[in-house]
Design a protein around this ligand. Structure first.
Ligand code: FAD
Length: 356
C-alpha cells in the first residue's frame, strides 16, 4: 500500500484550508499528501460567516460582506456599524471549487475514501474528524437555514440581522439569523442553543415558514437552497498523539459560546504552515485559555438562565462594536475583556463561578 508524508483525515473546511495553505506557500513540492474524504462530490453545504478581524485566503469566495448588523429582543433593537471589521459570508461551494482546482495541479496530492486504502505507518497525520462522546448535558448550536428569493425587492441588503430573539423560546435560547445577499435574496436561519437530543425543537421548517409568513409578512417566495447542522458547544475528546495533530472542530477551534470556527481554522492552518518543517516538536495551536474559561461560565449561565440570554447578548452589544467583535473573535485586549465583563449581570456570573 502507498505511503505518504502527510495524511489529512477529513477534506472539509479545516482539511482543505490546511492543504491549500501548504500548497500556496510551496510546502508540498517534495512531499506527498493523502486526503481521506468519504463524500462523493463537493457542493455548497455551508455558509461560513465571521467578522474579518484578520486576513484569510478566501476573499474571492465571498458571497457578500456587510458593514452593519442588528440585534433584536422582544422589546429592544440595536443597529451596529462594523466598518473596521466587516461581516463576511463565504460560499462553501466557491471555497471547495477554488481549493480543488488548485490542488489537482499538484500530482503529490491524492484523495482516498477510506484510510484503510493507504499505509499510515510513517506518515504525519492531521485529523479533522471529531470524537464526540454522547452526553446529555452538552450544549449544541443547531439550526436550519433556507435561502429564499422574492420577485420584488424586499430586504435591506446593507444590514444583516445577527440575532433576532423576538420569537418563541420554549425555555431554551432561540433566534433568527438573516443574511440578505441581495434585495430579493436572503438566507433565513432558525438557530437554537440547547441540548440537541430534544427533538421537540427540530420542527425547523414550520419555524422558518412561520417567521417568513408572519414576522416578515412575506407570502410569495421560493426556496433556492437549504443547509442544516449542529455545532458542538463543548470540546471534542480528540487528544494529541505522537505524529498526529487534530485540526478544525476536532482540534478545539470552535468558540463554544458562539460556534464561530472558520477564522480560527485559518489561523491554525497558518500556524501549521509556519511550523511544518518541525511539526513533530511544535506546540499545539490553541485558543487562548481566557476565552475557554469565560465561554464555560457563559454556557453555565445559559444553562441556568436561558430566559436572560436575549438581554445578555443585547447588553454585550452595547459596548463599542470593535470591543465586542474582538471579544467574539478572540482578539480582545484585557481592557476590552473587562469592558465586556462589566456589561454582564455580575451577581449571576459570580454565583455561577462559585456554584459546583
Ligand atoms: C451548516 C453549518 C454552518 C456553519 N456556519 C458557520 C459560520 O457561519 N461561521 C463559523 O465560524 N463556523 C460555522 N460553522 C462551524 C464550522 O466552521 C464548520 O463546522 C466547519 O466546517 C468545521 O470545519 P472542520 O473541518 O472541522 O469540519 P468539516 O468541515 O465538517 O470537515 C470534516 C470532514 O470530515 C469528513 N469525514 C467525516 N467522517 C470521516 C471519516 N470517518 N474519515 C474521514 N473523513 C471523514 C466529512 O465528510 C467532512 O468533509 C458551521 C457549521 C455548519 C455545520
Amino acid at each position: 500500500m502507498k505511503e505518504f508524508d502527510y495524511i489529512i483525515i477529513g477534506g472539509g473546511c479545516a482539511g482543505l484550508s490546511l492543504v491549500y495553505e501548504l500548497e500556496i506557500y510551496k510546502k508540498l513540492e517534495n512531499k506527498t499528501v493523502a486526503i481521506i474524504e468519504p463524500r462523493n462530490e463537493y457542493k455548497r453545504d455551508k455558509t461560513w460567516s465571521f467578522w474579518k478581524v484578520v486576513n484569510h485566503n478566501f476573499d474571492d469566495c465571498l458571497r457578500k460582506s456587510w458593514n452593519n448588523f442588528s440585534i433584536k429582543t422582544f422589546s429592544k433593537y440595536k443597529n451596529i456599524k462594523c466598518d473596521k471589521f466587516p461581516y463576511q459570508s463565504i460560499d462553501s461551494g466557491l471555497f471547495y471549487k477554488k481549493i480543488n482546482e488548485r490542488i489537482k495541479k499538484n500530482k503529490n496530492i491524492s484523495f482516498y475514501k477510506n484510510i484503510k486504502d493507504i499505509n499510515t505507518k510513517n506518515s504525519f497525520i492531521f485529523n479533522s474528524v471529531p470524537s464526540i462522546i454522547e452526553n446529555k448535558n452538552n450544549f449544541w448550536q443547531h439550526f436550519r437555514g433556507v435561502e429564499i428569493e422574492t420577485q420584488d425587492s424586499f430586504f435591506d441588503d446593507n444590514n444583516i440581522n445577527l440575532m433576532n430573539f423576538d420569537c418563541e423560546q420554549r425555555n431554551n435560547v432561540h433566534f433568527f439569523y438573516i443574511l440578505p445577499f441581495e434585495k430579493n435574496k436572503a438566507l433565513i436561519e432558525t438557530t437554537w442553543i440547547s441540548k440537541v437530543n430534544d427533538n421537540s425543537l427540530k420542527d425547523y421548517n414550520d419555524q422558518i415558514k412561520n417567521y417568513i409568513n408572519k414576522t416578515l409578512g412575506l407570502k410569495n417566495y421560493k426556496i433556492t437552497y437549504s443547509e442544516e447542522g449542529s455545532i458542538p458547544l463543548f470540546y471534542p475528546t480528540n487528544v494529541r498523539e505522537r505524529k498526529k495533530i487534530n485540526i478544525g472542530t476536532a482540534g478545539g477551534m470552535t468558540r463554544i459560546s458562539t460556534g464561530y470556527t472558520f477564522l480560527n481554522i485559518q489561523l491554525q492552518s497558518k500556524y501549521i504552515r509556519e511550523n511544518i518543517e518541525n511539526i513533530e516538536n511544535a506546540n499545539i495551536f490553541k485558543l487562548k485559555k481566557k476565552y475557554k474559561f469565560l465561554d464555560k461560565i457563559f454556557l453555565k449561565v445559559l444553562e441556568n438562565h436561558p430566559n436572560r440570554m436575549p438581554d445578555l447578548f443585547f447588553n454585550m452589544f452595547s459596548c463599542s462594536s470593535s470591543t465586542v467583535i474582538n471579544f467574539l473573535s478572540n482578539t480582545s485586549s484585557i481592557i476590552e475583556d473587562i469592558l465586556i465583563i462589566f456589561k454582564m449581570p455580575k451577581w449571576i456570573f459570580i454565583k455561577t463561578i462559585f456554584k459546583k
